[in-house]
Design a binder for this molecule. Sequence first.
Ligand code: ME8
Length: 519
Amino acid sequence: MAGPKPPFYLTTPIYYVNDKPHIGHAYTTLACDVLARFKRLDGFDVKFLTGTDEHGQKVQKSATAAGIDPQTFTDRVSANFRDLAAAMNFSNDAFIRTTEPRHKEACKALWTLLVERGEIYLDAYRGWYAVRDEAFYGEDELTTAADGSRLAPTGAPVEWVEEPSYFFRLSKWQQPLLDLYAARPDFIAPDSRRNEVISFVKGGLTDLSISRTTFSWGVPVPGDEDHVMYVWLDALTNYITAVGFPDQTGDYARYWPANLHMVGKDILRFHTVYWPAFLMAAGLEVPGRVFAHGWWTNEGQKISKSVGNVIDPRALIETYGLDPVRYFLLREVPFGNDGDFSHRAMINRMNGELANDLGNLAQRVLSMIAKNCAGAVPEPGPFSEDDDALLAAAVALLDKVRQAMDRQAFHEALEAIWVVIRAANGYVDRQAPWALRKNDPPRMATVLYVLAEVIRRVALLMQPFVPASAARMLDQLGQGPEARDTTALGDRPLLAPGTVLPKPEGIFPRHVVDDEGAA
Ligand code: ME8
């Protein structure tokens, strides 16, 4: 008997509810969804968390601009993120909103812990703040725009702030953070990001302002309700709220520290400097790993509301179908790098890889079985060298995919799968089962068996990426729900001869383009 399932806790950033979700938000959660699905197939007890970040000046401003109170506003926008999860077939086990009472309790408990440990003191903040980034900046980090106004390194406008503020003794945690990065080389990924953080921390850390007094949309500071907590302290705490903090038994004991925080590169510093410093200061464990992925542009342009080129994931799903969109986003760009969305690239991947390479392969093989093997998995004869080589490549896939997933190298997992799909297509051409039908039916049966077994393995490992399509492929191979996890990927071919198969049907449609380049 296998032992109890090991826990695996992974999180997305919680998204600001100042606006509707776009492709960037969908991307981060998709990456987590694929990993969560893979880990479940691979025998883990997964907790996959996403949610919305609802406090702070930016959200308050958006609510004011919409002419409604912040709570009504956040209720509305947060619902859009929940709806996106359904539209994208995300399998998150939990959804957190920072306006929930349990979260305010967790923030207050963490604050109190930090006060008790002497990590917080009252002073005054005089400096620059960018509402768009919800971040403080030093004078030396700013640039000057053509009109003379000052800008954050992200391009966000900054404003001068002077107000009483509580501070967190971040400077004290410089060396412990550097020790953490040195002791745990996997803590920050990819490596380029790790180096970026190390040099930032080596450059010296100043204490961090962690409360504001000039607006009220936030969690009140315990014992001093003129202050609300800095939205990032509030937001980062969500990762422990969701596992029951301040109660440190139950889910907290089981799932914390999280195995992985997935974030975009824009919020790397918050997750790899501030967050572990807060946790260490509170005497809590730090997460296992933070992966910062790259940035999507649209047809070569930065995605922005003012440019009007925000990609709505729902529109893409409507045009191309959900699974092709899921596939494209993780296939097109090495995970960690920046990527460019273009309709041409989307169509090329969808038609060239899903419809041609995989869809045609499955369709050809299953139709031949339906016609020539009475609609049931044929009994194979002895395997040739060519058969063994293809089967061995398919057997080796699980390990390759597993290793790639553990490094969040989704593109490598898909490429490994595609190497086998291409090999299978080469094998079909070489073995020409349609010719064997007349002159060597037993050999045809063996070839079709080998192909069906390879398709079964491919479909099983494609489940995290294209869940609905992969499920249909497994249906067509007569695989029940009990035969869809990685325990069905042992060393020997496992497809049972004689399994009756349903009538085959196409799974990956081609996208037909009416005129040059138009979707
Ligand atoms: O930063 N390409 O929320 P946010 C790729 N509330 N990913 C993108 C993207 C793009 N063009 N645009 C956005 C916040 N993202 C905070 C987080 S966590 C405790 C608090 C993704 O709504 C990417 O994951 O601004 C990025 O980190 C996140 O959305 C920022 O979402």
